[in-house]
Design a protein around this ligand. Structure first.
Ligand SMILES: [Ca+2]
Length: 93
């Protein structure tokens, strides 16, 4: 009985690790669009509550908040002024 419980816990932890790995892989494929700018604007204006994933994706200056500075970075990326390297996104969390 104890072994089954232990096996169950190991399987749950394994599932969590696989889910997080898939999440990181999907983050590598992010390309910011106008929709992202609207999402960040809504977060800044408190029209919507930021999720943990929003902080991973949109807190680009890595200061723990999503604000106008992050919006500026995304806007510069969108306008091809300065692209956000994918490595920076992965390292941000
Ligand atoms: Ca920030």
């Amino acid at each position: 009985m104890k072994n089954r419980m232990l096996l169950f816990i190991i399987l749950v932890l394994l599932a969590i690790v696989i889910f997080q790995a898939k999440l990181i892989i999907s983050i590598k494929q992010i390309d910011y669009t106008v929709d992202d700018m609207y999402r960040v604007k809504d977060i800044i204006l408190e029209k919507t509550k930021a999720t943990d994933l929003d902080y991973v994706v949109y807190d680009l200056n890595n200061d723990g908040i999503i604000d106008g500075f992050d919006m500026m970075i995304i806007k510069r990326h969108f306008l091809d002024i300065e692209k956000i390297p994918n490595v920076k996104i992965i390292k941000s969390r």
